[in-house]
Design a protein around this ligand. Structure first.
Ligand code: FNR
Length: 189
């Protein structure tokens, strides 16, 4: 594909709303934009295990991010912050210092919640973490999806307006990496 996006869910839950949002985005992106889905299922970060002999799933995780043109993170909010599993995965992706897979990578952030607040506090903490890693947070309006349970039907995320909203910022990312915005695909879905 012309563009490879690394889609990262902040949740490990089997029927995760975050994954439903990523799958819905997958379905409406143009065919030459590949959004691969990943979970933050990695061992707990330890500097002792980092380096030459880092765990193979960590090396794969880092390599996939490095090979991507950009990252789309969809996260829930756990206790007013980002889930530990996601923070852990981002810690792995933040090293080696100066040559980390996420450093300089354009990232689009989306937060979701069954509550009307839509995970805004998780999103703001995630923003701080991405700044520390020196990822390039794609500028745009905050993409916050509240009341998400009402926007799921048969396990599928079906809220067109949230998807179009998210697609605008993903369009900015695609433009950033030299690919036109996916407006046509959004309209035809
Ligand atoms: C939550 N949830 C939650 N929701 C929220 O809006 N603010 C919060 O602070 C929290 N805190 C929280 C802590 C813990 C430990 C859990 C398990 C859950 C609810 C959360 O938004 C809900 O479980 C989502 O469905 C999780 O996203 P996935 O797994 O569906 O993608």
């Amino acid at each position: 594909p012309a563009v490879r996006l690394f889609g990262l869910s902040g949740s490990l839950r089997r029927n995760s709303y975050c994954r439903s949002v990523l799958e819905a985005l997958q379905a409406i992106l143009p065919p030459d934009v590949r959004l691969a889905l990943h979970e933050p299922r990695l061992p707990l970060y330890s500097e002792d295990e980092d380096g030459e002999a880092s765990p193979h799933e960590v090396r794969r995780f880092r390599a996939s991010i490095a090979a991507s043109d950009g990252v789309v993170i969809v996260t829930p909010e756990y206790n007013h912050s980002l889930p530990g599993a996601l923070k852990n995965a981002l810690d792995w992706a933040s090293r080696p210092l100066g040559a980390a897979a996420l450093t300089g990578k354009p990232v689009v952030v989306i937060s979701v919640s069954p509550a009307f607040t839509g995970g805004v506090r998780a999103q703001s903490h995630l923003h701080d973490v991405l700044l520390a890693i020196r990822a390039r947070i794609v500028a745009g309006p905050q993409i916050v999806i509240g009341n998400i349970a009402a926007k799921i039907s048969d396990g599928r995320f079906v809220d067109e307006s949230s998807l179009c909203f998210a697609l605008e910022t993903i369009g900015a990312l695609l433009k950033d990496v030299g690919r036109g915005a996916p407006a046509a695909a959004a309209a035809s879905s």
